[in-house]
Design a protein around this ligand. Structure first.
Ligand code: ADP
Ligand code: ASP
Ligand code: MG
Length: 422
């Protein structure tokens, strides 16, 4: 008998029919002798609907007070889901109880709309499990030290599930979703993308951080930190398939570097349309300039991603960086008011129509020329590269958004990702 955490995403919880199927699947696992903790997301579209209403009333919810209310609103989606799932489980003859984040409690910091989990008290959940109950806990939300409800950022239910699994030292955390695993790239963009049976933790971390929304980045970080065995699999298989086959399906995130993986130089392609580029032109090139520009941005709690500074001519240089599109207007305003006057910059230019395309693979460590191959593939397609950033196991380029799909497809083919690894 093992303690297992199941997470079901929005599409998997998308209707009462789907919820009934989730309940039947969970009941199957419980009847096989496992202690079950289930972490569902809000029903698909619900979080958008809730936040959309808030936006109608206040288009730019930028103050901490407004963000607190956004969390109050958005968290209700998951609260409905856990109640419905507990009812569905009881209808299947199981004992089940649902909890909101604050009832567990799942303690977070106070960064509304992107809070981080700090601690999970597992006493209540353990007592229920010991009493033979299935425990259903809201994804995406927690509570801060002042008792305010917080949310963990979009896609945050993955993180809730992995954090619960870590806190409870679960045997495995199964992330059930609308695809049957992690693919070489988003199968919605490239039809011949291939499912990976395993992916190394490091690659998964890069893929998630570079935009593959199949797992929220923080969930992968948690899995790495606490060594939580993590598997991504489909909730759309018949609920009554053989449990042993189901337990081996999908994609396993592995912590051992596996030789088979090493052979594939590039394991996957990620892309991200969530960023915007900001350039300060003609900045005076002197020590401390990067700090002068990015200091106020960091103080405003805005994350910066790709940064480039050009070589200077006549003591002046151009400085560009990317931020999340949600932070774009705020960053532009901040630069206009606080930074432009003190850097001597001649112009401030913003571009939200960009995307970042990245190739990822631990095999890149031991192979030279992978990045230049990427650049040549893009050049053959006539795609201009605006920014480049590399690490040991990834190369990312920022390009015009309209070439995103073309770039992803061309790279997927050029790196033989449609072919089984040799
Ligand atoms: P859930 O609601 O279950 O959390 P998400 O929509 O957050 O589901 O994540 C699943 C989606 O992630 C898939 O439908 C797929 O379009 C997308 N995706 C992006 N990159 C990948 C990838 N490399 N492998 C699999 N799915 C991916
Ligand atoms: N419901 C939240 C969202 O839509 C969290 C999640 O689905 O993981 O972002
Ligand atoms: Mg998700």
């Amino acid at each position: 008998m093992a303690l297992i955490v199941h997470k079901y995403g929005g599409t998997s919880m998308g209707s009462t029919e789907r919820i009934r199927s989730v309940a039947k699947r969970v009941a199957k696992w419980a009847r096989a002798g496992h202690q079950m903790v289930v972490v569902p997301s809000a029903m698909s579209g619900e979080t958008n609907r809730l936040l959309g209403m808030a936006k109608e009333l206040s288009p730019a919810a930028t103050t901490p007070e407004l963000q607190r209310e956004l969390d109050m609103i958005a968290s209700t989606g998951e609260q409905v889901s856990v109640g419905l799932l507990a009812i569905a489980l009881q209808a299947e003859g199981m004992q089940a109880v649902s909890y909101a984040g604050w009832q567990v409690p799942i303690r977070t910091d106070s960064a509304h709309t992107k809070a981080r989990i700090q601690h999970i008290d597992d006493a209540r959940v353990r007592a229920d499990l010991a009493a033979g109950k299935v425990v259903v806990i809201t994804g995406f939300q927690g509570v801060d030290e002042h008792g305010h409800i917080t949310t963990l950022g979009r896609g945050g239910s993955d993180t809730s599930a992995v954090a619960v699994a870590a806190a409870m030292k679960a045997h495995e955390c199964l992330i059930y979703t609308d695809v049957d695993g992690v693919y070489t790239t988003d199968p919605r963009i490239v039809a011949d993308a291939r499912r990976l049976t395993t992916i190394s933790f490091e690659e998964m971390l890069e893929m998630a951080s570079l935009g593959s929304k199949v797992l929220q980045i923080r969930s992968v970080e948690f899995a790495g930190k606490y060594r939580v065995p993590l598997r991504v699999l489909s909730s759309f298989t018949p609920w009554d398939i053989d449990i042993d086959a189901e337990a081996k399906s999908g994609t396993l995130i592995t912590f051992e570097e596996d030789e088979k993986m090493e052979q594939a130089v590039v394991s996957g392609i990620a892309f991200n349309r969530d960023e915007a580029k900001i350039s300060l032109m003609g900045v005076t090139d002197k020590p401390g300039i990067a700090h002068l520009i990015l200091g106020p941005v960091a103080e405003a709690n805005i994350d910066v991603d790709v940064i480039i500074q050009n070589v200077s001519h006549d003591g002046r240089t151009d400085f560009s960086f990317t931020v999340h599109r949600n932070d774009f207007q705020r960053t532009m305003e901040l630069l206009r008011v606080k930074v432009l006057p003190v850097t001597g910059a001649t112009d401030l230019i913003g571009d939200a129509k960009i995307c970042k395309v990245s190739i990822v693979g631990i095999g890149m460590r031991s192979h030279v020329g992978v990045a230049s191959r990427m650049f040549s593939v893009l050049s053959d397609e006539g795609i201009n590269i605006q920014m480049i950033t590399t690490s040991e196991i990834k190369t990312s380029v920022v390009i015009d958004e309209k070439y995103m799909e073309l770039a992803v497809r061309a790279l997927h083919k050029a790196f033989d990702l449609d072919q089984p690894p040799g």
